[in-house]
Design a protein around this ligand. Structure first.
Ligand code: ATP
Ligand code: MG
Length: 344
């Protein structure tokens, strides 16, 4: 069963500023989504797409304008403030800027939500000690945030978010302020949060490597609308929307961009074949066999790249075919079909 369900959720804001009275901006537009317990879902999309708003709605930090949100069997769109506070305790959150209390030690930062929840002292100490050990910061308990690196600060953020043992962790650009190496350190902790603690994670990111390293599902947003969603491998290896394709471009060299294509064309004026490489298809061996059958045709790889998602390969390859017309025709006749097209 889904742990989080969004059913036709819309969120509009009044446009701020003078002379804007009555005008609204649709931040999330009729979004429907189901998130399975124990999954890691990445939300991607360009700035202003509505990602943070969507996550704030799940966290019940803001009310939806319309639609229904069910978290862990509770319809939060129908709850009153007091019940909402209880629901929020089931959801932890981490942020790009860490949002730690600078005047408090690491220990006190992690302890803070437990104090608010009225947990007795001895139990608080036990829990904070356990959490700091989990994120590998036992020796930093007495440090202040300013004495920590970015990655360490985010690990404190994770420990704090987990203090009340939530079943859901929301991360809004949690690694965007970190360099690649530190990002990997934080991702490793998040992976353990998911696998060892069974916490369901919803992570907003613009880094495709984060999606690839952590997520099993991906949700793509544009202008408030969820334009695409599904398992990461299936979505990336067969993208439907333009936004997804553009994001993918940073992961694999998919198709040449406009300028690139003209330049490629001037160097490779012959007929072009594009092949979609999937784990489950055999395009590369099909091409090799066609080459072997027509030794007078020359098939040259001119563009493309192959990548992996969760250990499964996918990519795009562009070939130029040259040689006697008859040989070239035959190669095309043989190859064009499943996952192989002629590019004109
Ligand atoms: N409190 C608010 N009041 C008015 N408009 C808002 C508010 N919060 C968000 N918006 C608007 O809603 C839209 C979606 O914003 P949101 O912050 O959810 O996007 P985002 O995808 O998280 O962007 P980014 O990648 O820049 O963080 C934007 O047009 C934004 O200006
Ligand atoms: Mg945002």
């Amino acid at each position: 069963m889904a742990l989080i369900t969004l059913d036709g959720v819309t969120k509009t804001y009044p446009v701020p500023g003078r002379g804007q009275r009555g005008r609204t901006v649709v931040a999330v537009d009729d979004a429907s989504l189901e998130i399975a317990e124990g999954s890691v879902t990445a939300i991607i999309g360009y700035s202003g797409a509505g990602k943070s708003t969507l996550v704030r709605l799940v966290n019940a930090l803001e009310p939806a304008t319309s639609g229904r949100i069910v978290v862990d069997g509770r319809e939060i769109t129908a709850l009153r403030e007091r019940q909402l506070r209880a629901a929020r305790r089931d959801i932890g959150m981490i942020f790009q800027q860490f949002n730690l209390l600078e005047s408090k030690t690491v220990f006190k930062n992690v302890e803070f939500p437990l104090r608010i929840a009225g947990v007795p002292k001895a139990e608080r100490v036990r829990r904070v000690t356990e959490l700091l050990e989990f994120v590998g910061l036992s020796d930093r308990a007495k440090n202040y945030p300013e004495q920590l690196s970015g990655g360490q600060k985010q690990r404190v953020g994770i420990a704090r978010a987990l203090a009340t043992s939530p079943r859901i962790l929301l991360a809004d650009e949690a690694t965007s302020a970190l360099d690649p190496e530190t990002t990997e350190e934080v991702l490793a902790v998040l992976r353990r949060v998911n696998r060892d603690l069974g916490v369901t994670i919803l992570i907003i990111t613009h880094e495709m490597d984060v999606v690839r390293a952590l997520a099993d599902h991906v949700v793509v947003m544009e202008n408030g609308v969820i334009v695409e969603q599904g398992p990461v491998y299936e979505t990336f290896s067969n993208p439907q929307s333009e936004v997804t394709k553009r994001f993918l471009h940073t992961l694999v060299r998919q198709v040449p961009g406009d300028g690139e294509f003209d330049e490629l064309r001037s160097r490779h004026p012959g007929r072009l074949l594009s092949a979609r490489v999937l784990e489950t298809n055999d395009v590369q061996s099909r091409i090799e066999q066609a080459v072997a059958r027509r030794p007078d045709a020359i098939i040259e790889l001119v563009y493309g790249g192959v990548s992996t998602v969760r250990g499964r390969g996918f990519g795009y390859l562009l070939y130029e075919v040259t040689g006697p017309d008859q040989a070239v025709d035959q190669v095309f006749a043989e190859l064009v079909g499943d996952d192989i097209d002629e590019v004109r």
